[in-house]
Design a protein around this ligand. Sequence first.
Ligand SMILES: [Zn+2]
Length: 477
Amino acid sequence: MKKHKKKKKKGNKVQIAVKAATITIVGAAFLFGLACLLEKGLRIDERGAVVEAWKNSVSQNTYNTELISQDRREAVEQAERLAAAYDYDGAINRIREIEGYETDIELQVKMNIYEFAKASCVPVNINEVTHVFYHTLVVDPRRAFANQDTNFQAVGNNQWMTTIDEFKKITQEMYDRGYVIVGLHDLIDVSTDENGSIVYQPATIMLPPGKKAYVLSQDDLCYYHSYDNYGYAAKMILDENGKPICEYIQEDGTIVTGAYDVVPLLDAFIEEHPDASYRGAKGTIALTGYNGILGYRTDNSYLDINGDISHAKKNWLKAHPDFDIEKERAEARKVAKAMKEDGWEFASHTWGHIRIGDADLAQVMADTQKWHENVEPLVGKTDTIIFAHGQDLGIWGNYNEANGKYQYLREQGYSIFCNVDAGQYRTWFGKDYLRQGRRNLDGFRIYYNAIGQQDNVADLFDASKIIDPLRPPVPPL
Ligand SMILES: [Zn+2]
């Protein structure tokens, strides 16, 4: 028995040696071959495919998880994830932390692969990065879209909202077409000029040939009272692993939890496809404050049931006699923290969903202070404001520096300004700020593209294939 065991161990050693030798030969031959090809002028768009083929062959051949230690395996897995997310330097550094990497053939080959993958990348044209956005997703189209003829809100649901089914298909199709999520801040290179003033310039994002960068945002992730009973999730919570998921109240009143909105759906997608995101970037969540955030009733206005508050708030307070605002805030803060740790960012959507263009300076100031008081303590400071109702502070191009509302918002720390724009991409670098137009991938856009009356999403997906079969015809605006 003992003897047999020993023999087996010896066998493993032989196996490793053979494997290492194979890798060395294959690796050396490949690297030599690739070097020759590059010398012969292999086109930049062809290099990605070569590296891809090599990566596939290596991951199948070199990596016997039974033969290596847990630590090493974890380190290699982390490096692989970093490389998949286009952080090749991070991947190489991770490998360098493994003891004995200098003489380890497998690790050396991996590092070479990362170097080649990095060398094959090309810079993204930051001015051509598209920005798409969603609202809260529809979980149950039957509940959201019923009675289009008589229910004004059901029409709004149909026009402005995307269903889970549609979101999943869009995300998959964009991924299949080579789209990679980048963060808003990934677009910006911040430096200081000779006077010590901040300067914003397009950053360098390197991606493999054929990949396209895009930014994603989600507006109004507050689960307003007005969404109740329309088939939307009710709040964001954390699962047993501390990851953000949703609570959904079914038609019969029973509560279920799961991936019922953009955040957990995209998290799961990127977990499965790490190359769908540039260095783990997720989206930017734009929050108002008047109904609280993420489904928690965190706003000061809930403290006075007899105050000048909406009927919806009064009714909610009556139905929740045990309401404790500090508990709500603590929960919201916990969820926001977990989201940030997962790569999500937060933006102001103005506290009261105001029309920034129509509002006067006093209104903008009062509104901004409410956001600072009620939302910022829960999600942290932000430099990003995503305007509501598609409005903006001024026409496209440099903002008018004399505009009082612009001056005020700059003083309040905002330097990234987003509006709504149907164009394929719209990015503007001011001296020390960024403006970006965002495309609404909502029911209106999807429906009118699906029936051929609009043509402004074909670069992202085929609307006729992704439209939810349960979506009724969308009334014109
Ligand atoms: Zn909004």
